[in-house]
Design a protein around this ligand. Structure first.
Ligand SMILES: [Zn+2]
Ligand SMILES: [Zn+2]
Length: 286
């Protein structure tokens, strides 16, 4: 068997109960794997965005746990799991970002390949509201009703179990906002965007891109041993400025490395440019 065919005709199980197969299967079908859905496991036990259950460990560890659970449940040797996170963008200040991971684990060959995508196109947001009018104003900025909302009392006290998820109609929204305001100690309802993939089309798009990133890595083979997952492990800065020729902070080369045989390869000028625009040069444009 050629290593490029390592996954072909084998069964891969995707663990999700939030319809992620709708964006992941069309992408990964190009690997030649038989894709099987496992939607009977309650993946919320690995953590929820609404904080009833905190996620243990990193995003990668959480995805790995889900994938291994799928392997344990089905007896197959390839599993795919996805895990998302929301928060401050790592390099752009004051911008919210959604980071998605789609992970493949092959326990037969001891392979783990991670597809990542980061996007600032997210409706991740929340608001404390004192009236239905304020609630409607907020949700209209968040892509409601195509994107669902989560509503609960703001300071809940003894009413901490009151939590309404997956709200997608104005009628229902008005009702749960009134109930939450009535139950809150401070007379306010807390509205949050529902971040579960099935209720959040923006997030679904980012998951699809992470799946594409995974596909690229699966089909990227080591030139030495043909093992899949030949990927960039280092980004080297220093693309010379077009004006002064001094090194800039733009990428000069990528270093790829094989996880199997550790073969390394340098790719110069990965973005197709041999000079950097002086706008980004610290000397010409400090
Ligand atoms: Zn190799
Ligand atoms: Zn310069």
């Amino acid at each position: 068997m050629k290593h490029s065919d390592i996954f072909r005709k084998r069964t891969a199980v995707l663990i999700t109960k939030h319809k992620k197969e709708e964006v992941i299967f069309p992408v990964l079908s190009q690997t030649g794997m038989n894709l099987k859905l496992l939607d009977t496991i309650d993946t919320d036990t690995f953590g929820t965005f609404t904080r009833e259950i905190e996620r243990k460990g990193t995003q990668l560890e959480a995805a790995r746990c889900k994938a291994l659970k799928a392997i344990e449940e089905t007896g197959e040797s390839i599993a795919i799991a996805s895990e998302g996170s929301f928060g401050a963008h790592p390099t752009i200040f004051f911008v919210s970002a959604n980071v998605e991971l789609v992970l493949l684990i092959d326990t037969l060959n001891n392979i783990e390949i991670a597809g990542w995508e980061i996007s600032t196109d997210t409706n991740h947001s929340h608001s404390e509201v004192s009236s239905v009018k304020e609630a409607l104003k907020f949700v209209n900025q968040c892509g409601f009703p195509s994107h669902a909302m989560v509503v609960r009392p703001n300071t809940a006290g003894d009413n901490s179990l009151i939590l309404f998820k997956g709200i997608t109609s104005e009628k229902m929204l008005k009702e749960v906002v009134k109930k939450s305001i009535a139950a809150a100690q401070d007379g306010k309802a807390l509205i949050e965007t529902d971040l579960r993939a099935i209720y959040n089309p923006k997030r679904m798009k980012v998951i699809e891109k992470a799946a594409i990133n995974l596909l690229i890595k699966i089909t990227s083979l080591c030139p030495e041993c043909s093992w899949p997952g030949f990927e960039i492990v280092e980004w080297i800065k220093g693309l010379p400025c077009e004006n002064c020729s001094l090194p800039t902070r733009q990428t000069l080369k990528h270093i790829y490395q094989c996880k199997k045989c550790h073969h390394k390869k340098e790719v110069q000028y990965p973005d197709g440019e041999i000079f950097c625009d002086p706008t980004f040069c610290d000397f010409c444009n400090p």
